[in-house]
Design a protein around this ligand. Structure first.
Ligand code: COA
Length: 277
C-alpha cells in the first residue's frame, strides 16, 4: 500500500504533459484495492476519522491520464475516460442491484448486503458498508463513506470531493437514517444512529441549532460540521438579522435544527424492514 501511495504522490506532483510509463500499472492496482475496499478515502482509526488525501490524488490522476473511450451499446451512446469504466458486479459480491439504470463506477466499494434501488449512482472512491439501503435517485458522491445499516432514502444527494474541490469526504456512520431528499455536502460527518428528517440540507456553512444541548454547531476549515450521535435533525429557518434590508422584509435563511435525540417515537418512525434486506 505504501508503495502505491508513494508512486501516486510522486506522479501527482510531476508535470502532467505526458502520461508516465508507470501510471497504468500502479493505477490499475490502486483501483483494484478501491473496488475491494482495501483502500479508502477516509478511515475511522478508533478515535477519529483520518482522511487519506493521497486517495483523491490517485482518483484525479485517473482523470488526468485516462483516454476518452466510446462505451456505446446498441442505441445508447456513452463516452468517458477509460480509467473509469462501469464496474462489473457479480452475484458473488452479495450486493442486490435491482434492474433499472443504476451505475457503480470503477473505484467504488460495495459491501455484501448492500441494496441499490434504481436509479442510483455511486461515484469513484465511494465506500458503502454492509446492509445499507440506497434508494431510488440517490447519489453517493466521490469518496463519500457510508456506514453499515444506513438508510439513504429516495432522492438523497451525498456530495463528493472532486468538484467543486473539497478536501474532506462526507461521512455517514453506522445506523444513520437519512430521510427523503436530504442533501449532505462538504465533508459533513453524521455520527452513529443520527436521524435526518426528510428535506434536511447540511453543508460546511449551514448552522445547526441544537435545542436540547443549547448549542450552535458549525463547520470550519479545520473541523467539519459534525452531527452528534442519535441527534434528530429537521430543516428549519432563522431570521437574517445582519442585514437591515433582510430585517425590513422579514427574510429568513435556511438552517438545520436538532429537535431532540432519538427516543422511542423515533425508533418506531425509523424502523427498517428486515425482509427487504
Ligand atoms: C424525523 C422523523 C424520522 C420523525 O422522527 P420522530 O422522532 O418521530 O419525530 P417527531 O414526529 O417526534 O418530530 C419531532 C419534531 O420534528 C418535527 N419534524 C419532524 N420531521 C420534520 C420535517 N421533515 N420537517 C420539519 N419538521 C419536522 C415535528 O413536527 C416535531 O416538531 P414538534 O416537536 O414541534 O411537534 C420523520 O419526520 C422523517 O423525516 N422520516 C423520514 C421519512 C422519509 O424520508 N422516508 C423515506 C421514504 S423513501
Amino acid at each position: 500500500m505504501e508503495q502505491i501511495q508513494h508512486t501516486i504522490e510522486t506522479l501527482f506532483s510531476a508535470s502532467p504533459e505526458q502520461t508516465p510509463e508507470n501510471f497504468r500499472p500502479i493505477f490499475n492496482e490502486f483501483i483494484k484495492h478501491l473496488n475491494t475496499g482495501r483502500i479508502r478515502a477516509a478511515e475511522f482509526d478508533g478515535e477519529k476519522w483520518q482522511v487519506h488525501h493521497w486517495v483523491k490524488k490517485g482518483i484525479l490522476l485517473g482523470f488526468r491520464y485516462g483516454q476518452m473511450t466510446d462505451y456505446s451499446g446498441d442505441r445508447f451512446p456513452f463516452f468517458d475516460k477509460d480509467s473509469y469504466p462501469l464496474q462489473t458486479i457479480t452475484i458473488h459480491q452479495k450486493v442486490r442491484i435491482v434492474p433499472g439504470g443504476s451505475s457503480i463506477r470503477s473505484g467504488a466499494f460495495l459491501a455484501p448486503g448492500v441494496v441499490i434501488m434504481p436509479p442510483a449512482y455511486i461515484n469513484v472512491g465511494g465506500y458503502v458498508d454492509s446492509d445499507t439501503m440506497i434508494d431510488s435517485h440517490v447519489l453517493v458522491g466521490s469518496c463519500a463513506q457510508i456506514g453499515k445499516r444506513v438508510h439513504l432514502s429516495a432522492g438523497v444527494q451525498i456530495g463528493g470531493v472532486l468538484e467543486p474541490i473539497g478536501a474532506r469526504p462526507v461521512i455517514i456512520e453506522d445506523d444513520v437514517m437519512v430521510g427523503g431528499n436530504c442533501g449532505i455536502f462538504e465533508g459533513v460527518i453524521v455520527r452513529r444512529r443520527a436521524v435526518l428528517a426528510a428535506g434536511t440540507i447540511l453543508t460546511a456553512s449551514i448552522p445547526v441549532y441544537d435545542l436540547t444541548r443549547q448549542q450552535i454547531l458549525k463547520g470550519n476549515k479545520e473541523q467539519p460540521l459534525e452531527i452528534p450521535e442519535n441527534a434528530v435533525v429537521i430543516p428549519g429557518s432563522r431570521p437574517l438579522e445582519k442585514s437591515a434590508f433582510a430585517r425590513r422584509y422579514g427574510l429568513h435563511g435556511y438552517c438545520a435544527i436538532i429537535v431532540k435525540y432519538r427516543d422511542s417515537r423515533t425508533e418506531t418512525a425509523t424502523a427498517l424492514e428486515d425482509s427487504l434486506r
